[in-house]
Design a protein around this ligand. Structure first.
Ligand code: NAD
Ligand code: IPM
Ligand code: MN
Length: 359
C-alpha cells in the first residue's frame, strides 16, 4: 500500500535540508521499492507568504490526511515583526497541537566518527546513546492564562501558565516506560519538584505509572542538575522523560554531545503512532541560502519516520548505515568538520548518503 508523505520545507535552511530528504526518499522509492508518494505544502513564514497564515488551512488538511509528515524548520528575522499569531513558530506549535503530537522523541546518539567533533572529551561522549522524550503539546507552550497585560499602576507584565493534567502526564510518562522497556530499562524523569507544584504532580504520577513497569528503574532529577549531568557524565542516562520546555532546552544541550545540533533528528507522535518528523534545530538564518547546512538530522528524521510510522525498519536501518558510511568516508559539513576531513555542502552530503545506500 502506498503511503503519503507530506513535506513541509518551511523557512531558512528548511528548504535546503528538506531537498536532500526528498532526494533520499525518491532514491528509496526508485531503487529499493519504498511505496510512498510525496506532496509538499507551505508552513511557517512560507505559509504566511503563500496564504497569509503560518499554518494555512490547506496545509493542515493535507497534514491530517497524510500518513506521515516531514518538516524542515520555521522562522527567521523576516518574520519576527509579524503580529504574534502570524509568526512562523505559531504554525509549528499549531500543527503539533492540532495533530495531538504529544510524544517527541529526540535521540542523542554519537556516531563514533564524530567523537572529535563533540564539544566534550571523547571518553565522556564515546558510545553515547540516550533518548530524550519531550512532552510536546502541554506546559507553558500552551497553558492559559497567558499574555501581556498592563496593571492598574501602569506597569506591564507578561505571564504564562505551566499546566499539566494527570492524563497528560500519565500518557507521556507511560511512553517513557515503554521506550525504556525496549532499551536499557532506565528512565529518568526530569522536573523541578522542589519549586513547582506541577512538577510535584508529575512526580506523583510517574511513581504511580512505575508500578506497571517493575522491570524499569525509575529515577527523578531536578532539571538544573540534569543540565549539569548531561555535560558532566551523559552516559549515565538511558531514557529521559520531561515536560515541554525542559525537553526543548535539554535536547539542544544534548545535541552538542553528538557533535552538532545538525545531527539530532526527532519524531513527534500521536497516540496511534502517526507522526511528524523534523530535525530539532531551527531555520539557522545565519547560514540560510549558503548551501552549507548539515542535512543529516533531517535524513536521520526520515529514518525515524520509516521506523516509527511507515513500519519500514529495513529501510530505516539502510539510511542510518548510509550515514555511517559517509562519515567513514570523511565527508563533513562545516558544523562537524575536523582536521583531516573533507568539507562538503548540504547537497554533496545528501548525494553522498544516497550513493551510500546499500542492498
Ligand atoms: P537554530 O537552531 O536555527 O540555530 C542555532 C545555531 O545552530 C546557528 O548558529 C545555526 O547556524 C546552527 N545550526 C542549526 N541547524 C544547523 C544545521 N543543520 N547545520 C549547521 N548548523 C546549524 O536556532 P536559533 O538561531 O535560535 O533560531 C533561528 C530561528 O529558527 C528562529 O526563528 C527560531 O524560532 C526558529 N526555530 C525553529 C525550530 C523548528 O522549526 N523546529 C527550532 C528551533 C528554532
Ligand atoms: C523546537 C523549537 C520550537 C520549540 C520553536 C521553534 C517553537 O525550538 O522544535 O525545538 O520550542 O518547540
Ligand atoms: Mn528547540
Amino acid at each position: 500500500m502506498t503511503q503519503n508523505i507530506l513535506i513541509l520545507p518551511g523557512d531558512g535552511i528548511g528548504p535546503e535540508i528538506v531537498a536532500e530528504a526528498t532526494r533520499l526518499l525518491n532514491a528509496l522509492k526508485d531503487r529499493f521499492g519504498l511505496a510512498v508518494e510525496l506532496e509538499e505544502a507551505p508552513i511557517g513564514g512560507a505559509g504566511y507568504d503563500a496564504a497569509g497564515q503560518p499554518l494555512p488551512d490547506e496545509t493542515l488538511a493535507l497534514a491530517r490526511a497524510a500518513d506521515a509528515i516531514l518538516l524542515g524548520a520555521v522562522g527567521g528575522p523576516r518574520y519576527d515583526q509579524l503580529a504574534w499569531e502570524l509568526r512562523p513558530e505559531r504554525g509549528l506549535l499549531a500543527i503539533r497541537s492540532e495533530l495531538a503530537l504529544f510524544s517527541n522523541l529526540r535521540p542523542a546518539i554519537l556516531y563514533p566518527q564524530l567523537a572529535s567533533a563533540s564539544a566534550l572529551k571523547p571518553e565522556i561522549v564515546g558510545g553515547l546513546d540516550i533518548m530524550i522524550l519531550r512532552e510536546l503539546t502541554g506546559g507553558a507552550y500552551f497553558g492559559k492564562p497567558r499574555g501581556i497585560q498592563t496593571r492598574e499602576d501602569g506597569v506591564r507584565e507578561g505571564f504564562n501558565t505551566i499546566i499539566y493534567s494527570e492524563p497528560e502526564i500519565e500518557r507521556i510518562v507511560r511512553s517513557g516506560f515503554e521506550i525504556a522497556m525496549k532499551r536499557d530499562r532506565r528512565l529518568c524523569s526530569v522536573d523541578k519538584a522542589n519549586v513547582l507544584e506541577v512538577s510535584q504532580l508529575w512526580r506523583e504520577v510517574a511513581e504511580r505509572v512505575a508500578k506497571d513497569y517493575p522491570k524499569v528503574a525509575l529515577s527523578h532529577m531536578y532539571v538544573d542538575n540534569a543540565a549539569m549531568q548531561l555535560v558532566r557524565a551523559p552516559k549515565q542516562f538511558d531514557v529521559i522523560v520531561t515536560e515541554n520546555m525542559f525537553g526543548d532546552i535539554l535536547s539542544d544541550a544534548a545535541a552538542m554531545l553528538t557533535g552538532s545540533i545538525g545531527m539530532l533528528p526527532s519524531a513527534s507522535l500521536d497516540a496511534q503512532g502517526k507522526g511528524m518528523y523534523e530535525p530539532i534545530h531551527g531555520s539557522a538564518p545565519d547560514i540560510a541560502g549558503q548551501g552549507v547546512a548539515n542535512p543529516l538530522a533531517t535524513l536521520l528524521s526520515v529514518a525515524m519516520m520509516l521506523r516509527y510510522t511507515l513500519n519500514e525498519e529495513a529501510q530505516a536501518a539502510r539510511v542510518e548505515a548510509a550515514v555511517g558510511r559517509v562519515l567513514d568516508q570523511g565527508l563533513r559539513t562545516a558544523d562537524i568538520w575536523t582536521e583531516g576531513c573533507r568539507k562538503v555542502g548540504t547537497r554533496e552530503m545528501g548525494e553522498a548518503v544516497v550513493a551510500a545506500l546499500a542492498d
